[in-house]
Design a binder for this molecule. Structure first.
Ligand code: FES
Length: 159
């Protein structure tokens, strides 16, 4: 009998068996609203996208991203306001700098830096959110499952 953990750790038999999981850290003022708009417009985007709402992408911490990968994500999307439109002035610029560092860290630990990406959109860009989110899921799907999938201890995590 297989347990969920062993099922996750098993490599997919074919590429089509691979269903990536992408954590999308979305700024409440723009990307989260854009994702909401995409839903309202019936603009589909992959169910692989798991949205985490943030007050601003400036709140993203490197640890948040690393925990997402530890918890089984195959990719991460950071979605913030358009440059010059951050409600906290420079939060999205700080997030961009952190992304550069995160990508370097991913490379260091053997993950492709392309697994993490940042986009800048406005609340009115629901269609673009769906397109860019789908594009990132396609990129992650092409990269295959994260090597960290199922390899990190689940100690202390709820079943
Ligand atoms: Fe949206 Fe800062 S408020 S990125």
């Amino acid at each position: 009998m297989t347990t969920p953990d062993t099922a996750i750790a098993s490599p997919p038999a074919t590429t089509s068996d691979f269903h990536p999981e992408v954590v999308a850290f979305c700024c409440r003022h723009c990307a989260y609203a854009a994702a909401d708009l995409a839903g309202g417009l019936r603009q589909p985007y992959p169910s692989a996208i798991k949205i985490v709402e943030l007050p601003c992408t400036g709140r993203i911490d490197i640890v948040n991203v690393l925990h997402a990968f530890e918890d089984g994500a195959d990719g991460v999307l950071i979605a913030g306001c358009v440059n010059g439109s951050c409600h906290y002035l420079r939060g999205n610029l700080y997030a961009r700098q952190r992304l550069d560092y995160i990508q370097a860290l991913l490379k260091e630990i053997g993950l492709k830096p392309q697994r993490a990406r940042m986009i800048n959109i406005s609340a009115a860009m629901g269609v673009q959110f769906a397109e860019l989110a789908s594009e990132h899921v396609d990129t992650v799907r092409a990269l295959g499952p994260s090597p960290l999938r199922g390899s990190v201890r689940k100690e202390g995590k709820p079943a």
